[in-house]
Design a protein around this ligand. Structure first.
Ligand code: NAD
Length: 396
């Protein structure tokens, strides 16, 4: 069939297998062009099919030559419905990893469930023995608690007060003011249950109990802090509260692992176009302004450049891992540079529908958004009949 993008708000409901494969190959090529890493040997990535999790998996495999297990929640194609982008990305990853002689496995299902944890542990036992890195990179709108059965939904809302700021419809370029009512106590509780640290801690407990977490293992989960412009809707809002909970989990896990020489970190990453960040009001316009400034200064990075730098200059540099006063890894250091932020703040004041394509990189944002789904990718013939059914080899 001819596969074209179909959008509904900030989601794209179709994905292109060849375009996704090409995007994955581009990330692999980038990592292969960089110096080899003295990194992890056996890696488990939870949330491995898109965004930061996929990039972490690619850096582990093609930067450090590690064997990888990827856990993700994606759908294969059915009839005329395409698979999700994460499915196609993972199909491509597995293929290239196999050609490179790396062991790699995919587990598709709900990482929050006991069943998927047990299945993953069995796989590690039989195929890898132990893992020495766990990357926790889940971004989800919902979580069903494995013990109580309660299903929680996360919301992106401010706390305490109504918040208004500029936002953009990145399809039309219309800049408007978004007004978001504050979250209720229950919405806050549910968001922390979905995006906080409980599930990460559960993974560690289960892996340890089963004896599949190596002594001196490393684990890392991802967070975002961002500038003043986004604070009300991110850092000081429901999602920021969930990230504080993630930091608390990192401290507990670090204590738990340190006796055997292990370590746990939260890495604060740069704001980037991913399926998750496009759902947050205000953030796509901020990212467009940020991209404009960072590209002009030659400091722009995507997921893969960020993750390569996280591994090579922080987690596996052979030196003590540099952290800030709160113990966080700061790979958002370039984004948060004073000169970058003051230019973005200036642009932010001036941004309107009339000048948005001139003052910000909204066109770059829009293109990257479609590239997440394998569209607008150079070298792909989108008029060509394409089979949406693609198998993931090594699917368990
Ligand atoms: P993403 O949407 O690209 O990826 C999310 C991944 O989680 C996918 O692989 C998806 O399959 C998986 N997933 C979702 N629900 C799942 C479930 N129930 N079981 C198994 N897998 C599931 O997201 P992202 O933007 O890469 O975010 C990853 C992490 O990075 C999040 O913690 C996010 O807060 C953080 N982060 C993102 C940004 C950004 O700008 N995008 C910046 C800093 C930090």
């Amino acid at each position: 069939m001819i596969i074209q993008p179909k959008t509904r708000g900030f989601i794209c409901t179709t994905a292109h297998p060849e375009g996704c494969a090409k995007q994955v190959q581009r990330q692999i090529d980038y990592v292969r062009s960089q110096p080899k890493l003295e990194g992890p040997r056996n890696v488990l990535v939870i949330g491995a099919s898109t965004g930061y999790g996929l990039a972490s998996r690619i850096v582990s495999a093609f930067g450090a030559g590690a064997n990888t297990v990827g856990v993700y929640f994606d759908k294969e194609a059915e009839g005329s419905r395409t698979a999700t982008a994460g499915w196609y990305n993972s199909a491509a990853f597995e293929q290239v990893a196999a050609e490179a002689g790396l062991k790699s496995y995919s587990i598709v299902g709900d990482a929050f469930s006991d069943e998927i944890k047990a299945k993953t542990i069995d796989l590690i036992k039989t195929e890898l023995g132990q893992i020495d890195l766990l990357v926790y990179s889940v971004a989800s709108p919902r979580r069903t608690h494995p013990k109580t059965g309660e299903t929680f939904s996360s919301v992106i809302k401010p706390l305490g007060e109504t918040y208004s700021n500029k936002t953009v419809n990145f399809h039309s370029g219309e800049v408007t003011v978004a007004t978001i009512e504050p979250a209720t106590e229950d919405e806050l509780r549910q968001t922390i249950a979905v995006m906080g640290g409980e599930d990460w801690q559960m993974w560690i407990d289960e892996l340890k109990k089963a004896g599949v977490l190596a002594d001196q293992a490393t684990t890392v989960a991802y967070s975002y802090l961002g500038p003043e412009i986004t604070h009300a809707v991110y850092l000081d809002g429901t999602i920021g509260a969930a990230k504080m909970d993630l930091e608390k989990a990192a401290k507990n896990i670090n204590e738990q692992l340190s006796a055997a020489g292990g370590r746990a970190f939260v890495s604060v990453n740069k704001a980037l176009v991913t399926q998750s960040s496009s759902a947050i009001p205000v953030v796509p316009l901020y990212i467009s302004a940020l991209y404009k400034v960072m590209k002009e200064k030659g400091l722009h990075e995507g997921c893969i450049e960020q993750m390569y730098r996280l591994f090579s200059e922080r987690l596996y540099s052979g030196k003590e891992v540099p952290v800030d006063s709160r113990g966080l890894i700061r790979i958002d250091d370039w984004e948060m540079k004073e000169d970058i932020q003051s230019e973005v703040a200036q642009l932010w004041q001036d941004l309107t529908t009339e000048n948005v394509y001139e003052l910000s990189d909204l066109e770059g944002y829009r293109r990257e958004f479609f590239q997440l789904f394998g569209f607008e990718t150079e070298g792909i013939d989108y008029e060509k009949d394409t089979d949406p059914a693609v198998a993931v080899i090594n699917l368990r």
